[in-house]
Design a protein around this ligand. Structure first.
Ligand SMILES: [Zn+2]
Length: 247
């Protein structure tokens, strides 16, 4: 047996620690020892009962989709992965639609995918967990301190990648970006865009001397408190990322 943090989907504030059987990996899965878990708005909303779906045959859903783990065991026919390797398991598992079959499950056409810790598959917030080996991202040991942020960073990366993909239709030389919201995703986007050389302005409701504003300024971006200065007064931008969670 092992300890796991779990919720009852659809029931408000149901989060609890359960004793559950240690998972047994199939031939295509790795057994993982969980090192770190990130908690985000999705986890909180699932615990509020707003969504979330337990795996078939289970009346609970193990929480957690942001995870850093080490490989505990892996099938003998799996190349490039061995016991002790640091990995981040990705969240979504595809269905059989055209995009999913083409390796683009983020663009699933049916919505019938599954997601660890969210929809139809247990999450990673337990002592051990399992993941299909084809959905593990191997992590260099030098990145161990930050790698649990890989999943939210992949969300920020997708937004920026898609913006540039769409704008391939024209000559476009963007310089100024506006980020609305400084949650984890907003802050990661600020960092990502600074790395691309953008002038970045981040806007949120917290005071200008707070920790989030300090992080924004530390990476060379500017911070505006929208309570003091209305967003409509900030001028023009080449693009705007809405990351306040209140579309
Ligand atoms: Zn699909």
């Amino acid at each position: 047996m092992m300890k796991a943090v779990a919720v009852t989907p659809g029931k408000q504030n149901s989060v609890q620690i359960l004793d559950v059987p240690k998972p047994v990996p199939t031939n295509s899965q790795a057994l993982l020892r969980v090192r770190r878990i990130g908690i985000d708005g999705t986890d909180l909303e699932i615990n509020q009962g707003l969504y979330g779906e337990a795996p078939a045959g289970s009346n609970f859903l193990i929480s957690g989709h942001e995870c850093l783990a080490t490989v505990e065991s892996v099938g003998s026919n799996v190349a490039g992965l061995g016991k002790g390797d640091l990995v981040v398991p990705t969240v979504r598992r595809p269905d059989d639609c055209l995009n999913c079959k083409s390796g683009e499950s983020d663009m699933c056409l049916t919505g019938n995918y599954k997601e660890h810790g969210i929809k139809g598959l247990h999450g990673f917030c337990s002592e051990f967990t399992v993941s299909d080996v084809n959905f593990l991202v191997k992590i260099q040991p030098s990145l161990a301190e930050v790698a649990v942020l890989l999943e939210p960073m992949s969300v920020a990366e997708k937004a920026v990648f898609q913006i540039f993909k769409i704008q391939e239709r024209m000559i476009w030389k963007p310089k100024k970006a506006l980020i609305l919201g400084t949650g984890p995703l907003g802050l990661l986007s600020v960092i990502l865009l600074r790395l691309r050389g953008f002038d970045v302005l981040a806007v949120a409701r917290r005071p200008k001397n707070g920790l989030k504003a300090q992080i924004v300024e530390k990476v060379g971006a500017d911070y505006i408190n929208s309570v003091e200065q209305p967003v409509t007064s900030l001028g023009k931008f080449d693009f705007i990322l809405e990351e306040s969670g209140v579309a």
